[in-house]
Design a protein around this ligand. Structure first.
Ligand code: AMP
Length: 450
């Protein structure tokens, strides 16, 4: 289906064409006509499906049809990074239109944001906390809102933003069009849609909460103390070229970044202890390809929109399956393919099994070629259960190629993928043995759907 059959304004179509999109993604094809018909909408779609354009394009199209009269569209998103990315999208799609956009988020001076509000940008993209601070006393500036978008509503719920959002919504005109996007549709989310929307249409792309089908997933069963070594080992493979690594803690993120930098791998870090400028700089360097690995905690990484992330590494396995889905949604975006690699230690096994039950899919267990995953923990670290200390030198390979396969529950293991050789280390031999190709990263056995 071509974009032009959706009924969007000609200036938007031109910008979309210049962006290089050839046809709408499924969420765009389903959502755009409803928005253009002025319907409230619930969009159940993960990041990476093209949902930002699904709400931005029709809103811009409708705004283009009437004259400017101050703030007309308010888009609320959970994090500053996401706000900045939505703003970038709006600017790109609106580049042939005389529309203005402003952003509002914490961690930076309020003054320019207040000025932008007072000048009345057509579109405001905001995080809930700072918006609530600024909206008080300036309710008039929001009296002409025609569109309200709540993006990544499930995450805003998790982050405790619902009371702030309620207060904000109370200050907005009742007669408005509301678009509500969430990756999951829980009972709590459904309750919120009842509060904020009127007779909404629902569009749902893919199974609820299921990882994007364009992402190949694999699990390395690995004790905590060997994780740093395994990460360095995998990164010897140059096909891991744009890599997002998730850690549970800020300190863990810093520690891993240092290890990678010491090993000569260009790395950036984003977490909530870093300043807004540091975070944006790391994100931009990652986008521009100046750094190969970005290490992030969940909240900081929320909504990262970087094209071409080849691999997501769950260095620490997420306890909640929603986080897993969000994390791996950073790769395999739109029509690209990507890989999600998870390090799973004993403590994570329950969470992994819960995820597999939830998605009704087994994730293949793999072994890293040339990496000894049975090496004992150094005495000081044994039982510490953390990633505090390096277990080996960067790039060191201790054991000959592992020969044991790792797969669970019955059935014949089936090899899924074998890459060509690439990087510097022992994992790249690409040898074949007993009729089974060895992958660059490891051998992968598909357990199939459960
Ligand atoms: P989103 O789900 O909004 O975060 O978008 C994910 C990625 O898909 C972004 O990098 C967009 O630039 C890209 N994208 C959005 N719409 C399309 C499209 N119709 N064709 C190709 N890529 C798209």
């Amino acid at each position: 289906m071509p974009f032009r059959s959706l009924g969007l304004d000609a200036a938007i179509l031109k910008a979309v064409q210049e962006t290089g999109y050839t046809e709408p993604t499924p969420i765009q094809a389903a959502a755009i006509p409803f928005v253009l018909q002025r319907r409230d909408l619930i969009g159940i779609a993960q990041t990476g499906t093209g949902k930002t354009a699904a709400f931005t394009l029709p809103i811009l199209s409708l705004l283009a049809a009437s004259p400017s009269k101050g703030i007309r569209a308010l888009i609320i998103a959970p994090t500053r990074e996401l706000v900045v990315q939505i703003e970038e999208n709006v600017r790109a799609y609106a580049k042939h239109m005389p529309l203005t956009v402003a952003t509002i988020f914490g961690g930076v001076s309020e003054r320019p944001q207040i000025k932008a509000l007072e000048q009345g940008a057509d579109i405001v993209v905001a995080t809930p906390g700072r918006l609530l601070d600024l909206i008080r006393g300036r309710e008039k500036a929001f009296a002409h809102i025609e569109f309200l978008v709540l993006d990544e509503a499930d995450r805003m719920l998790d982050m405790g933003f619902v009371p702030a959002i309620r207060q904000i919504v109370r200050l907005l005109p009742r007669k408005r069009q509301t678009l509500f996007f969430s990756a999951t549709l829980s009972r709590e989310i459904e309750k919120l849609t009842g509060e904020f929307l009127q007779e909404p249409e629902t569009v749902e792309i893919g199974r609820r909460s299921n990882p994007a089908d364009t992402v190949t997933q694999s699990v390395y069963e690995i004790p905590q103390h060997l994780k740093p070594g395994l990460l360095l080992h995998l990164l010897q493979n140059q096909t891991l070229s744009v890599v997002l690594v998730f850690t549970r803690t800020k300190h863990g993120a810093d520690r891993i970044s240092r290890r990678l930098e010491q090993a000569g791998i260009t790395t950036g870090t984003i977490h909530s202890n870093r300043s807004q400028n540091q975070r944006l700089r790391a994100l931009n360097e990652f986008k521009e390809g100046k750094i190969r690995v970005l290490v992030a905690t969940d909240i900081a990484a929320r909504g990262i929109d970087v094209d071409g992330i080849t691999h997501v590494v769950n260095y620490d396995f997420p306890p909640h399956h929603e986080d897993y889905v969000h994390r791996i949604g950073r790769t395999g975006r739109a029509k690209a393919v990507g890989e999600a690699i998870s390090f799973v230690s004993k403590e994570d096994e329950d969470a992994l099994r819960a995820l597999e039950r939830f998605t009704r899919r087994g994730i293949p267990r793999v072994k890293a070629e040339g990496f000894d995953d049975k090496a004992p923990a150094p005495p000081r670290e044994r039982g510490a259960g953390g990633d505090r200390r390096p277990s080996r030198k960067p790039g060191e390979v201790r054991a000959p190629r592992s020969s044991s396969s790792s797969y669970r529950s019955g059935g014949q293991p089936r090899q899924r993928r074998a890459d060509s050789s690439g990087g510097a280390g022992g994992a790249q031999s690409g040898q074949k043995s007993s009729g089974e190709k060895k992958g660059v990263i490891g051998r992968i056995f598909d357990l199939g759907r459960r």
